[in-house]
Design a protein around this ligand. Structure first.
Ligand code: ASP
Length: 440
């Protein structure tokens, strides 16, 4: 049996006719690329506006009762340019008329926002002579607006089974009452993952404008090394800390089905990109640290009480106070008589008085110390468990560059070491860690 690849192309990959031509070449160069998910046209140059953003602003003018025809005309012009440059016959006027008519029937922004991928996919399908499958007919949400996998996977699999190939718009599906609903922004990645799972693809290719994930933030580190291989778990850790090339929710459908994801660059199709998989091929040699990422804006609330370790439920009650106040905790390093709860700084500020009062009343601690302006850095890599001396190198590198470590937390899966530093030390710390652990 031949292999099946589901390929998703992002907005910059499909921003204009010349990009669409590149994409068509990429698709045709490998007959295994059978099912293609398309985004709406993205930015052609840095100050350009994505079609999806135009659609949202068109909706907001419409909802306010303002004149929206100017924005709608801009959207129409984007597609008219694509159509004429591709040299196809496509009645964009009729499509826009339908959209305008339907818009008045379907109040939420979702319908209009989804039309970016709808139109782009129809145009690409026509250009390539491939069947177009409307996501509204095969991707379903339940009554509460949650993606309905139980209904979608079999229906989509059934639909695609009989098609040798298809173009499917990303970003949206439909609810049981027949309305269009979108995923969150960047959601075409999720559609691609769902399609890959429905056809039990061998590979999910996610084509974008970078040659994969980088091992550190390029705004801080000069030309960081790209990541060739990464596991889903490592990806989850790094994405959570802000290093993202893939929508967070896109990982789940393929991960569950054991389908690897390959991040590729439409503008540099010969690059291998980053391969994301559950585990790595044995012959692949990876360094103990896969990537480094971090975020600023945390606050640590350190609660101290002598003999705390003898009290059952102290930690549970402490965390419950945070959850009751709607402030989720991010990290929770503990000592014998101390627990620190690391939370998002602005969420904590909004509830600060209540939380502190409740801690004092309910737990009678000896001290509460609040440390603001904390940056949290994750050093991530599955190889760290078996590589001796990794922690020593990490802390040595920080000490050598004069960074004061304010918190350490090792994830229980031994996949990451989390380090809290002062926000003012954040960039220095990332650079030092990159040099010591990745660049070497
Ligand atoms: N076009 C949508 C957005 O801009 C979805 C996507 O591109 O993935 O968010």
């Amino acid at each position: 049996m031949s292999r099946v690849i589901t390929a998703k192309f992002g907005g910059t990959s499909l921003a204009d006719a010349s990009q669409i031509r590149k994409v068509a070449e990429i698709i045709k160069s490998n007959p295994e690329r059978k099912y293609v998910v398309a985004s709406a046209p993205g930015k052609r140059f840095p100050d350009d506006i994505k079609v999806t953003d135009l659609l949202y602003s068109c909706y907001s003018e419409f909802a306010k009762g303002n004149e929206y025809s100017g924005v709608l005309a801009k959207i129409k012009a984007r597609y008219s340019d694509i159509i004429s440059e591709l040299g196809i016959t496509f009645d964009i006027g009729a499509e826009i008329d339908t959209i305008e008519f339907e818009l008045k029937k379907y109040p939420p922004a979702d319908y209009l926002a989804s039309r970016g991928e709808y139109l782009n996919s129809k145009i690409i399908a026509q250009f390539m002579g491939w069947p177009f499958v409307d996501a509204a007919d095969v991707i379903f949400f339940d009554d509460t607006g949650i993606f309905d996998g139980a209904k979608t996977y079999p229906a989509l699999g059934e639909k695609l089974k009989d098609l040798p190939n298809a173009i499917i718009p990303g970003f949206y599906g439909s609810t049981p009452d027949g309305r269009i609903k979108t995923f969150s922004r960047g959601g075409s990645d999720i559609t691609g993952s769902i399609v890959a799972r429905s056809v039990n693809a061998d590979l999910y290719e996610n084509w974008t404008d970078v040659s994969g994930m980088l091992s550190a933030d390029p705004r801080i580190v000069d030309r960081p090394k790209p990541i060739d291989y990464i596991t889903y778990t490592e990806l989850r850790e790094l994405s959570y800390m802000g290093a993202s090339v893939l929508h967070e929710d896109a990982v789940f459908p393929v991960r569950k089905a054991g389908i690897p994801v390959n991040i590729r660059n439409t503008n540099s199709p010969d690059d291998n990109g980053t391969l994301i998989a559950a585990s790595m091929p044995k012959d692949v040699k990876r360094s103990p640290v896969t990537g480094i990422a971090g975020r600023k804006g945390f606050t640590s609330i350190r609660v101290e009480k002598s003999q705390m370790n003898g009290q059952t439920g102290f930690g549970a009650r402490l965390l419950y106070i945070f959850s009751r106040n709607g402030v989720p905790f991010e990290h929770c390093p503990t000592g014998i008589d101390t627990i620190s709860v690391v939370v998002n700084g602005s969420m904590f500020d909004a509830k600060r008085d209540d939380i502190l009062r409740e801690i004092k009343n309910e737990l009678s601690p000896d001290f509460i110390t609040i440390e603001k302006n904390l940056a949290v850095i994750a050093v991530v890599g599955e190889g760290m468990v078996s590589a001796r001396g990794t922690a020593a190198k990490i802390f040595g590198a920080l000490a050598d560059s004069g960074v004061n470590i304010r918190m350490i937390d090792q994830g229980s899966d031994e996949l990451n070491i989390i380090i809290g530093v002062d926000e003012s030390d954040y960039e220095t710390a990332i650079k030092a860690l990159y040099t010591a652990m990745i660049q070497k």
